[in-house]
Design a protein around this ligand. Structure first.
Ligand code: SF4
Ligand code: SF4
Length: 172
């Protein structure tokens, strides 16, 4: 059976599962046990961050738990701007794939400029390093300036192409 355009797009991307767009994904209190049983790394101790951490342990090019009856509600309902546009036939699949490939390519460039930081998700490492450089008082070297300008472009991509305009709230 052929994949739908939406499946083709999401399989080429995975950014909402891989810790690039989000550092964690929200769960309802009633989903915590079933999410644990799926192998997701559940956060239970903070009601304002109740969910599971990203990168998601069940992402490896496709979602391993997509067909489970315990598939999380947030994963079921989330659609980024590019996926919505594709479903609304406001963008063609080839153009939507280009949007994703451009974003992945920029992420790869930025990753090379990111120092090793303890945070597990790209999202947290991106924001932590960006804030660190922005608060530096004694000038930036060439690589630091390059990182900041690329991070700025990526955040506009996140906003325009994925519908993320609030970089404080890490909710999926
Ligand atoms: S970020 Fe959008 S295109 Fe990418 S996997 Fe998630 S919903 Fe699909
Ligand atoms: S459970 Fe599946 S859809 Fe949800 S974040 Fe993990 S890999 Fe993505």
């Amino acid at each position: 059976m052929n994949d739908s355009p939406a499946n083709i797009l999401c399989k080429s991307c995975g950014l909402c599962c891989s810790g690039h767009l989000f550092a964690w994904t929200r769960l309802n209190a009633s989903e915590l046990d079933s999410a644990s049983s799926l192998g997701l790394k559940v956060i239970r101790d903070n009601p304002t961050l109740r969910g599971f951490t990203q990168p998601c342990s069940q992402w490896s090019g496709t979602c391993a738990v997509y067909l489970s009856p315990n598939y999380p509600r947030s994963c079921k309902t989330y659609k980024c701007t590019t996926l919505r546009r594709l479903l609304d036939e406001d963008i063609s699949l080839p153009d939507a794939l280009i949007v994703i490939q451009e974003t992945l390519s920029l992420i790869r460039e930025i990753d090379l400029l990111l120092p090793a930081l303890p945070a597990p998700s790209f999202r947290e490492r991106l924001m932590t390093y960006k804030e660190e450089l922005e608060s530096k008082r004694n000038g930036l070297n060439v690589l630091e300036s390059e990182f900041l300008s690329k991070a700025k472009v990526l955040l506009t991509y996140y906003e325009d192409r994925f519908g993320m305009d609030d970089f404080v709230d890490y909710e999926k």
